[in-house]
Write a protein that binds this ligand. Structure first.
Ligand SMILES: [Zn+2]
Length: 301
């Protein structure tokens, strides 16, 4: 793989050893090198600009008593980055006293126009904050949990179970048959948008089995030669997309479950010409799988 997928390529060193060193953690938090990356209701604050937007980092000072709510993301270039959920503010621009023009944007919206490293940092912060919001209570006994390990663990106050950040594996696959690939669309997507098939890995299943099962369920197509391509963090809210290619052994589309509005074979020409189908978001691994296939065809000719 020569290119990184969007939302990967973090340039911050995660410094996992600091998570278990409360003294060092506090030193970093209280040092001038500390920077707070605010996450507001799953969105991000950026400086508005005619050029590429810039991520807003805040000083620790207004949050100095909130170390136990912060998540250490890591260190880079002498700075220590912490993520903090600031969703409690109704008007973050005003309440955080941000100077100048700012926008509050979703990760999907901003990722295509910032660097991969910045996109990865936002994805990391966003994923961690979603995990905290969804694990305030213990899944084993229902009691409240509290943050530990610099935001990388939650401990149950009653039964003692420790909870770690979740990453749910999902497979996403480009299935091809000669000069055509298998794409599908969900009813909720914008007009004409077709994408690769995808689905969550189920317990008791290998990745390649998940690929074959999802393709069969969504299209009725039987695949072989399942090969790993690349992966991508997808914190909406907590997926890891595992990209594969596969070759179709059958041709007739007969969905077993109505997860998709439509599934069809699409030729390279139809994709390149662009009138019949529109491709998914530039930041998605689905787009990458399709584009790599188009490029490999170009090279082969
Ligand atoms: Zn518990």
């Amino acid at each position: 793989m020569t290119r990184r997928n969007f939302l990967s390529g973090l340039s911050v060193d995660r410094q996992a050893h600091v998570r278990t060193d409360p003294e060092r953690l506090r030193q970093l938090w209280e040092s001038p090198a500390a920077r707070v990356l605010p996450v507001w209701r799953s969105k991000h604050i950026v400086i508005s600009s005619s050029r590429a937007p810039e991520i807003v980092f805040l000083s620790v000072q207004p949050f100095v008593d909130e170390l136990e709510c912060a998540t250490l993301l890591g260190q880079a270039d002498g700075l220590a980055y912490f993520a903090l959920d600031v969703s409690r503010f109704e008007e973050p621009h005003r309440e955080l006293a941000l100077a100048g023009e700012h926008d509050i944007v979703g990760l999907r919206e901003v990722a295509p126009i910032i660097s991969h490293a910045d996109g990865a940092l936002l994805a990391y912060a966003n994923g961690m904050m979603s995990w905290h919001r969804r694990h305030l209570f213990c899944g084993a006994c229902g009691a409240a949990t509290s943050v530990s390990q610099a935001g990388h663990q939650r401990d149950c106050s009653q039964c003692g179970v420790v909870h770690f950040p979740r990453t749910d594996p999902a497979v996403i696959m480009l299935v091809t048959r000669g000069e055509r690939c298998l794409l599908g669309r969900q009813a909720s997507w914008p007009d004409k948008v077709y994408s690769t098939l995808a689905g969550f890995v189920e317990p008791g299943e290998s990745l390649e089995e998940a690929v074959a099962r999802e393709v069969k369920e969504e299209s009725g197509i039987v695949v072989e030669d399942v090969r790993y391509h690349s992966s991508q963090p997808w914190p909406f809210p907590s997926s890891l997309m595992l990209g594969f290619t596969a070759i179709a052994k059958t041709e007739r589309i007969e969905p077993q479950m109505d997860e998709l509005e439509d599934a069809r074979w699409v030729s390279r020409e139809e994709i390149l010409e662009g009138s019949a189908v529109a491709l998914p978001s530039k930041i998605s691994i689905a787009r990458r799988l399709i584009e790599d296939w188009l490029e490999s065809a170009g090279r082969a000719r």
